[in-house]
Design a protein around this ligand. Sequence first.
Ligand SMILES: [Zn+2]
Length: 510
Amino acid sequence: MYQQGFNEFGGFAAAGAAPRPGRVILLPRVPVRSRIDLAPVLDRLADLDLAVDLGQRIGSRDWWLGLGLLTTLCLSAIGAGTLIVPLPTGVRAPLTAAQADDARPDTILPLAAGATTGRQSPPTKLVEALSEVPERPRLETTARVGRSDSLAAALRRAGVGGDDASAAARLIAGEVHGVAPGTAIDLVLGRRETRSVPRPLDSLGFRAAFDLRLELARVDGALKLKRVPIAVDYTPLRVTGTVGGNLLRAVRAAGVPGAQAAEYRQNLAYVLDLQRQVGRRDRFDVILEHRHAETGENETGGLLYAALRPEHGAPVELMRWTYGGKAMFFRANGESARKGLMRTPVDGAHETSGFGMRLHPILGYSRLHQGIDFGAASGTPIMAAAAGTVTFAGWHGGHGNYVQVLHRPGLMTAYGHMSRFAVKPGQTVGQGEVIGYVGSTGLSTGPHLHYEVWVNSAPVDPTNIKFTGGTTLSGGELARFQGEMAHLRGLKAAGVETAEADEGKGRRRG
Ligand SMILES: [Zn+2]
């Protein structure tokens, strides 16, 4: 079958190469005028041997012919040699001492050795030396206030006379309480009569506050102060985005400063199990205090609102509210976020072993696992799950370095396998306070936190415990809280991508 196909192909190819009808080319006829028979001359030239071996057949006719030819060639070469001018070459003659001196400023080698080079023009006789250099009529400069510094001292350092500096400082002190270290003060110093006196202060201006600029100017010989208010927009800044692999990193990457991002995560951790209840495609929603001056400066303040909008299900929303003189975060229903036990007392951890009967990885037999294991890098801070008193911090058999915190009679948490302690027995700790660091001490196969919750002297599953406490807003205060939260929820997010996604969600959840 294959062979037949191949033959057929071959036959087809041969048919394709069949001769095509050719074209007729007509050549012009050239007339021949004469014919000379050169054949005998060429034969004789071919017999002539110009390269004769002078060592053989000495004295023969060919020998003499060869000698004659060689002599003629030698003589003509010698004769022509005197007429040939040698070609110029690239080798230069060495410089004379004067030329070398002249070329020295043009060399770059001294630069490599750290010296300078180049030509300099010394003044000629036509140049006259001045007895005094004329001063600029006006001098613009900047004074900067340092730490534990005074405004008057900073002005004096910049060249302002003592009287002017004191007068300026007195006028400014009447308007603002102190000038922040690092503040730059723009100064204009005027013309002076003689060099023995400081220049007079003509004008001065600086940013006294985010929304205020103060200016001093000399009017009829005396300094006058002027307040220049700066318009500031206090609209909070909303940042939203997708959680992805790591909530904290995603929030930071969206532009939320470190402290506020940590505060966001910390408050969410009071109400959510960040390991179990946050998905990659959930959206974070952060609102920060923010002010934008008409002069272009921006300042980001504290966290106002922290929410997580899961891909499916209801969002978790927290908002800052001052209650009993203390700012804390509350859920949309008015319950304080901070209560009960933190679900995950270690940052960036994942649960590696749950509560219950299991085959012990080292002992090799089944026994009750009295807590939860969270895998985390060695040295990761471990936080107290709630406020309480440290009742134990030391070596505890298979638990290695172990800390127990008593939160109230009958409720205790314990943390095992620590690499290092951050607390001592008897110390009181707040919720979220670092009590030690993840390690692998005791019976442990790798760095992790072993976390236990004890209720009335019996270990319980930390994921099931509901431990209420904290505060709940009610009545008029709850209504005001919820009104404010609705206002924040209605803010547009910064950035195009996030704003669009967020508006859609805002309408749906209204
Ligand atoms: Zn464990």
